[in-house]
Design a binder for this molecule. Structure first.
Ligand code: SF4
Length: 439
């Protein structure tokens, strides 16, 4: 914590703890305190044990000893949860911060700007194609273990027909294709040829690949390098051309034992693959962005992960991602998520950018969005039997409400707490970040 943050913290904590202050002042102090804690610019928040226990006690007292509105109760629950997290870890996880941002945006009545273009109702922004439902990892936060379709591979005939339908998307519509779903993309030998085909057939299509990085044979590295041929870049007048491929590795942990526990993979093997790619990247053989990501489950580990990436892979960008819960089908995520105490009512006031996903499973069934692993069946249609753009448009009619708020949509959107990457996780290590939640 910076000195000025500490002074501010102490004066707000004093107001919240002191019972002679009017309740309104104590509640306002709590809003300012949690706003400030959500924006702490350094990794650790060291607060005297006595003060943190007084903060927890006062927050619980204010919540339990008076008749409270739902909004006040939600605020006090958030306060208690984040004080407990700070007591136990001396920092907040990225997941908690993301939830906190959403809760405060809504509690403070900040308007969220969200408009839908007509074209987005006709054509998806993200197309996910699960070319096969095969993965070599078993991550705790993923639904792969529960998949009935495990091992199923999309036939080349069906895959071709899907790719052909993509070429019908108008040339002025940009979209991203993810040629995988609940699967490890590098295990499909067709991956590189699929990417070539997507780049060649649509001038505004990008490809995003997220891999666990445990299987990257040398031949694949060479093919990846070939993928960066000049014609596969977006040309921009007066600016550097933009690559059409983004490669991310879902590394998640910096500790080999925790990595094994979480993903059931060998940490050293993955890191030696990443070392090789990092070397290629620094010698300009891979001219597209490479990211390392961590699903934020634990505050202290968020910080360790960012430090590890910065040290070992300085030319890759490291990101923290909020833990989401696969439309309620993943127990592990639900248990961790509950720690943040974010009220569902806050999410219900928000739109969702994943409404614009078209997500095709290896069986041909269309899933709702990136949060729908296909474990639950929403009966949206079968892309092997029907035009996939027709399925997309039908889905848009059912799920996007006129209000553009999730709360007025149907299940599972109504009860969903998904939020996408909002900011680079590096803020945990940076200083001088401006306050996002000022009134
Ligand atoms: S609200 Fe949730 S379930 Fe609905 S589209 Fe968004 S991420 Fe998917």
């Amino acid at each position: 914590m910076l000195i000025e943050e500490k002074t501010n913290f102490n004066s707000l904590a004093y107001k919240l703890i002191t019972s002679s202050f009017p309740e309104k002042i104590r509640l306002d102090a709590l809003v300012d305190l949690i706003t400030m804690l959500g924006n702490i610019t350094r990794g650790t928040i060291i607060i005297n044990n006595l003060i943190i226990s007084k903060l927890i006690k006062s927050t619980c007292y204010l919540r339990d000893s008076f008749e409270r509105s739902r909004q006040e109760k939600e605020l006090l629950n958030i306060g208690e949860a984040i004080f407990l997290e700070i007591r136990d870890h001396q920092c907040l996880s990225f997941t908690t911060k993301s939830n906190l941002k959403i809760a405060l945006t809504v509690l403070k009545g900040i308007k969220v700007n969200f408009t839908v273009k007509k074209q987005d109702l006709l054509y998806p922004r993200i197309v996910m194609i699960e070319t096969q439902a095969i993965c070599n990892a078993k991550c705790s936060f993923c639904d792969y273990k529960e998949l009935e379709r495990k091992g199923i591979k999309m036939s080349s005939e069906n895959l071709n027909s899907i790719l052909n339908q993509l070429s019908k998307i108008p040339e002025n519509h940009s979209f991203t294709v993810q040629p995988y779903r609940v699967s490890e993309p590098f295990l499909d030998k067709r991956l590189i040829s699929i990417c070539h085909r997507i780049f060649a057939m649509h001038p505004k299509a990008k490809v995003s690949i997220i891999s666990n990085g445990s299987y990257i044979p040398n031949t694949l590295t060479k093919e990846l390098s070939d993928l960066c041929r000049k014609e596969y870049f977006f040309e921009r007048k007066f600016q550097k051309s933009l690559p059409r491929l983004v490669l991310s590795f879902s590394l998640n942990e910096s500790d080999p034992v925790k990595y094994k526990e979480l993903m059931k993979l060998d940490f050293h093997r993955t890191c030696s693959n990443l070392d090789r790619l990092h070397e290629m990247f620094t010698s300009n053989q891979l001219p597209f962005p490479i990211k390392l990501t961590r699903v934020s489950t634990d505050p202290s580990e968020d910080k360790n992960f960012m430090e590890f990436c910065r040290r070992r892979y300085p030319y890759f960008k490291a990101f923290l991602l909020k833990l989401n819960d696969w439309t309620g089908s993943n127990k592990f995520s639900q248990n961790v998520k509950n720690f943040s105490a974010t009220p569902l009512s806050a999410y219900q006031k928000l739109p969702c950018q994943r409404w614009f996903d078209l997500s095709i499973l290896a069986t041909g069934k269309v899933a709702l969005c990136c949060m729908d692993s296909g474990v639950c069946n929403f009966n949206l249609g079968d892309a092997f039997k029907e035009n996939m753009l027709d399925i997309y448009r039908r889905k848009m009619n059912s799920y996007i409400p006129n209000t553009l708020k999730r709360g007025s949509s149907i299940d599972p959107c109504k009860g969903c707490t998904y939020s996408g990457p909002m900011s680079q996780g590096e803020h945990l290590l940076k200083t001088n970040r401006k306050n996002m939640w000022n009134k």
